[in-house]
Design a protein around this ligand. Structure first.
Ligand code: NAP
Ligand code: ZN
Ligand code: ZN
Length: 349
């Protein structure tokens, strides 16, 4: 199947228009015409080979919302014309213990990423900065009509949404819990909205003083400028849970010190350099440092449906595909409120 989009060809050059082939749809596949594609910081890390795993050419994008334009004969969940979403995975082994437990993001064989990945037959996968995508229906989500005309702002739920929802649920953010979200970016602002909507006392940590008012509007009970030692000290030993959404190297011990007895800090951010941590940060208050990767398929659907009910979507800046390189520069400078989404209508054949 013919497709076109924008691709990175090496770590240093800008993304440029690119034509490529996708597999012809198989009986269980859905073909989605892409309407909106979010820009995740993981797209930038990978396009620039910051995780040392880049396969070029690379069409990034794993926050995809579109419309079904064809379905294979075995497809049950979708028909032509339905809205659909694709996130970070397009396949997994489907038979390991974790896949059977609907924890596909922890597939023992390794899930197949939406881009910068090969499927189990060895074919290179390309992501959402493109006109279409082919994907088995198990890895395609239904998008509720309740989202109305906010479809562009739904796209970031497919990665930023589920990546923050899953750990907040796992560590039981809710009434009576004090939860901190570190970094007010694409992931962070969804973590903030979710922790607030789940009923936790939510504190936003940011390095950007200019984001204080926004953080409060998005649901923060308190906002802390992380470079202010006095403001940080006030929260020492008080948090049940911290969600670290920072994309760049930062001091993990400073945040660990804020956890109370048995508190957990979960890292979802993936900076280029691994963090260092003092063992004293862990033994004090019997603290845990944990991690979490995206979320399983049913949990992603549950998150999408919950957002549709609650009217929760991402705060976005809609952009055009020809401005994708500019958008990357602005994301790296934390200069976006709070997620870029590409209007794929702007992609010309
Ligand atoms: P983003 O929109 O760029 O947000 C990152 C935020 O980190 C910024 O808004 C900024 O918040 C803070 N920050 C940036 N540079 C900083 C620095 N030098 N020191 C301290 N704070 C800094 O990125 P994103 O799309 O939310 O992604 C965040 C990270 O999560 C990325 O590393 C991404 O690869 C990773 N990720 C992981 C998963 C997973 O499954 N675990 C899934 C998706 C993404 P303030 O201005 O508020 O300080
Ligand atoms: Zn992502
Ligand atoms: Zn598996």
């Amino acid at each position: 199947m013919k497709s076109h989009g924008y691709a990175a060809h090496d770590a240093k050059s800008p993304l440029v228009p690119f034509s490529f082939d996708r597999r012809d749809p198989e009986p269980g596949d859905v073909v989605v015409e892409i309407l909106y594609s979010g820009i995740c910081h993981s797209d930038i890390h990978q396009a620039r080979n910051e995780w040392n795993n880049a396969i070029y050419p690379m069409v990034p994008g794993h926050e995809i919302v579109g419309r079904v334009i064809a379905v294979g004969r075995d497809v049950k969940k979708f028909k032509e014309g339905d809205l659909a979403g694709v996130g970070v995975m397009v396949d997994s082994c489907r038979v390991c213990a974790n896949c059977k437990a609907s924890e596909e993001s922890y597939c023992e064989k390794g899930f197949v990423g939406t881009y910068n990945a090969r499927d189990y037959k060895g074919e290179l996968m390309h992501g959402g900065y493109a006109n279409n995508i082919v994907c088995h229906e198990r890895y395609v989500h239904t998008i509720s009509p309740k989202f109305g005309d906010k479809l562009a702002a739904v796209a970031p739920l497919l990665c930023a949404g589920i990546t923050t929802y899953s750990p907040l649920k796992f560590w039981k953010a809710g009434p009576g819990k004090k939860v901190g979200v570190i970094g007010l970016g694409g992931l962070g602002h969804m973590g903030l909205k979710f922790a607030h909507a789940m009923g936790a006392h939510t504190v936003q940590f940011t390095t950007s003083a200019k984001k204080i008012d926004d953080a409060k509007k998005l649901g923060a009970d308190e906002v802390v400028i992380s470079s202010d030692p006095d403001a940080m000290a006030k929260h020492k030993g008080s948090f049940d849970f911290l969600l670290d959404c920072v994309s760049a190297p930062h001091n993990v011990d400073d945040y660990m010190a804020l956890l109370k007895l048995n508190g957990t800090m979960c890292m979802v951010g993936l900076p280029e350099q691994p963090p260092s941590i003092s063992p004293f940060s862990l033994i004090t208050n019997r603290r845990s440092l944990a991690g979490s990767m995206i979320g399983g398929m049913p949990e992603t659907q549950q998150m999408l449906d919950w957002c549709a009910e609650k009217g929760i979507v991402s705060e976005i800046e809609l952009t055009s595909i020809d401005k994708v390189n500019e958008a990357y520069e602005r994301v790296v400078k934390s200069d976006v409120k709070y997620r870029f989404v590409i209007d794929m209508k702007t992609l010309k054949a």
